[in-house]
Design a binder for this molecule. Structure first.
Ligand code: ADP
Ligand code: TRP
Length: 322
């Protein structure tokens, strides 16, 4: 049996990049019979950037609803909010005291974020240590994440290995699982799709808004008659991630044949998204309008998560002499 663990920050509504890069591959793994999965909402991490309490609650519900709408089975697995298992903060503090300063100062994600933000807080700096605590607290074996999280997983392993060397076997050392085909999903401007770049596609919004969102994907300005290059087009790149081989070949031919505009291709992409995510979109909207059912699922998961967290934390505390 392998324990699979991953988290999504509640820093906005989940987008197509989160779904394809993290949520769907993680759910596929959770369905394998021998896997025991711990999927959570990283709401403490979201405090590094989001300060509005109302928005935080809204985002927590959106992320929770996305997991369930995409098919996560909360009976077989463990589903929880990070903040409801406060042992993670205690473990993060212990790990902080074993984390070399340069490891954090050289983290790509800290450098990226601190270059962009006017207000850089200490939480952003120690973000990777809280993430290591998320993983090590639950004896996780495998952590499915997008490629952008690779360095955070390396730090987690380093911290776990160093601690084990000093105090004897304490932590399970996790392996990242990065879905190579879905490495980086492009956003509507062709850069990595990310909430922080404002370039996302939100598949859960209404048809009208989703269509408008897709129509805003950036393309070149070739005339309708001109043949078009599928491999440099953002619309085609997204279509290629979602369509069947036959659908992709048909669209490729239309691009190469000319007399086919980007507006047509965007309409095809819109229709494909509506078709393949029909069930997920309707379940998501149902859950968002009935947050009590989400609350119940989370409460049950939090009881299960707390038991393990208490057990692992006491193991760690006894090693360091508390
Ligand atoms: P964002 O960049 O929008 O803030 P998060 O950092 O909350 O996204 O990412 C949550 C999960 O989704 C992570 O595992 C991350 O690797 C994955 N992910 C986010 N954006 C993408 C993307 N564009 N392509 C692939 N995976 C992504
Ligand atoms: N840092 C991750 C992200 O931004 C979210 C996260 C927090 C996470 N804790 C985790 C992912 C533990 C995997 C395991 O995407």
């Amino acid at each position: 049996m392998a324990r699979i663990l991953t988290g999504i920050q509640s820093s906005g509504k989940p987008h197509l990049g989160n779904l394809l890069g993290a949520i769907l591959p993680a759910i596929a793994l959770s369905k394998e019979q021998h896997n025991d999965s711990f999927f959570f909402i990283a709401d403490l991490h979201s405090l590094t950037t989001i300060k509005d309490p109302g928005l935080r609650k809204e985002n927590i519900n959106s992320v929770a609803a996305a997991w369930i709408a995409c098919g996560f089975d909360t009976k077989k697995n463990t589903f929880y909010r990070q903040s409801k298992v406060p042992e993670v903060c205690e473990l993060a503090w212990i790990l902080n005291c074993f984390t070399p300063f340069p490891m954090l100062a050289n983290a790509h994600s800290f450098k990226d974020k601190s270059d962009k933000l006017s207000n850089v807080n200490a939480g952003l700096f120690v973000y990777p240590v809280l993430m290591a605590a998320d993983i090590l607290l639950y004896d996780a074996d495998i952590v499915p994440v997008g490629k952008d999280q690779k360095q955070h997983l390396e730090m987690t392993r380093d911290l776990g290995i160093t601690f084990n060397k000093k105090f004897g076997d304490t932590f399970v050392i996790p392996d990242p699982q990065i879905n190579s085909q879905m490495e980086i999903i492009p956003g509507i401007d062709g850069k990595k799709m990310s909430k922080s770049y404002g370039n996302t596609i939100d598949i859960f919004q209404s048809d009208k808004k989703l269509r408008k969102n897709i129509m805003s994907i950036q393309t070149d300005s070739l005339a309708l008659e001109a043949p078009k290059n599928p491999s440099t087009c953002n619309v085609f790149k997204l279509y290629e991630l979602l369509g069947s081989q036959k659908e992709i070949q048909t669209l490729r031919k239309s691009y190469l044949g000319g007399n086919y505009g980007y507006g047509h291709a965007k309409q095809e992409l819109f229709e494909l998204i509506v078709k393949i995510f029909a069930k997920e979109r309707s379940t998501y909207n149902e859950l968002i309008s009935h947050p009590e059912s989400l609350e119940k699922m989370l409460n049950e998961g939090e009881k299960k998560a707390s038991k393990i967290a208490r057990y692992v934390l006491s193991r760690v505390k006894s090693k360091v002499g508390f």
